[in-house]
Design a protein around this ligand. Structure first.
Ligand code: URA
Length: 296
């Protein structure tokens, strides 16, 4: 799939390392080339610490729980991966939901956090919702999602789609929409940036659900497998067993909202060839929800 791309979008795609056309180098594009080199430097630099490391790490191996001889252990009463109920969440407005997240102690992640990371963007219906995995160290400190190196790549991906982080105070460039909300499956940082555990995802799932209900996005972009699994759990049987690559290339639904699955930016920093596939995913999403710039 291809799009009509202007010079700025092409520059952004170069920043992502995606080649979609044969450019004639022009003096005025020197800055963009510099930026492209910069992003490749980031990608090739020593493995980033923090959020990015999560994608190398395997799920923690739990020691088998053995009961003393003769003692029978009843099965768990509750499926730990089933989303929990939070009383009255379906009636929460933005301040109530923000307060609920800020005060959440439903799982052990609350003990190690500096901040909860609710998400950034307009607290109003938006065109786009971007869902990542979980805050890393930088995000935990800042209380904002995607502020590290993966976040820089995400910003470039958004710019290529003519979108801009909604909390960016800068006046949006001409033709750019700030109708974007960015959040994560987990609102608290897992220790040492390990993968989220199913029980943690289940505890946090109602917050994401309520965010979607309040935001009413026209498109959800799910970044990486944890976002994909969390959003598609109800609509794709045994979604955890399906490789991310097989969830790409189609439009799923979450609460009736179209969902497109793509690679996580932290993974893309390490896997340059898959940036082209990520651009295909973004084109698919844009074909369903074209960027619309509304005059203020
Ligand atoms: N990775 C994520 O999935 N989310 C963040 O906020 C930062 C890194």
């Amino acid at each position: 799939m291809s799009l009509d791309l202007d010079k700025r979008q092409r520059a952004m795609l170069r920043e992502m390392g995606v080649r979609v056309w044969q450019p004639q180098p022009a003096a005025s594009e020197a800055a963009a080339t510099q930026a492209a080199n910069a992003i490749n430097t980031i990608a090739n630099a020593a493995r980033p610490q923090g959020a990015e490391a999560r994608f190398d790490s395997k799920p923690p191996v739990m020691a088998p729980q053995t009961a003393p001889a003769g003692v029978s252990v009843p099965p768990p009463l509750q499926d730990v991966s089933a989303p929990r109920d939070i009383l009255g969440i379906e009636r929460m407005d933005w301040p109530a939901l923000q307060a609920a997240v800020a005060g959440c102690t439903a799982c052990a992640l609350c003990q190690g956090r500096k901040n909860t990371v609710f998400g950034v963007g307009p607290l109003a219906p938006v065109d786009w919702l971007i869902v990542g995995e979980a805050p890393g160290e930088n995000e935990d400190l800042a209380g904002e999602p995607f502020v590290g190196q993966a976040g820089k790549l995400l910003d470039n991906m958004l710019q290529a789609m003519r979108l801009q982080r909604g909390n960016d105070n800068a006046v949006p460039k001409a033709g750019v929409s700030k109708s974007v909300f960015i959040t994560n499956v987990l609102k608290c940082r897992p220790p040492a940036n390990r993968n989220p555990e199913p029980s943690e995802v289940a505890q946090c799932a109602p917050y994401l659900k309520r965010q979607v209900e309040l935001l009413q996005p026209k498109m959800i972009l799910a970044l990486g497998k944890f976002a994909a699994h969390s959003l598609l759990q109800a609509s794709v049987p045994e979604v955890e067993k399906i490789p991310l690559g097989k969830l790409r290339g189609q439009v799923h639904r979450y609460l009736g909202v179209p969902v497109v699955v793509t690679y996580h930016p932290a993974y893309l920093l390490r896997s340059l060839p898959d940036k082209a596939k990520a651009w295909d995913d973004m084109c698919l999403a844009l074909s369903v929800a074209p960027t619309i710039v509304r005059s203020a």
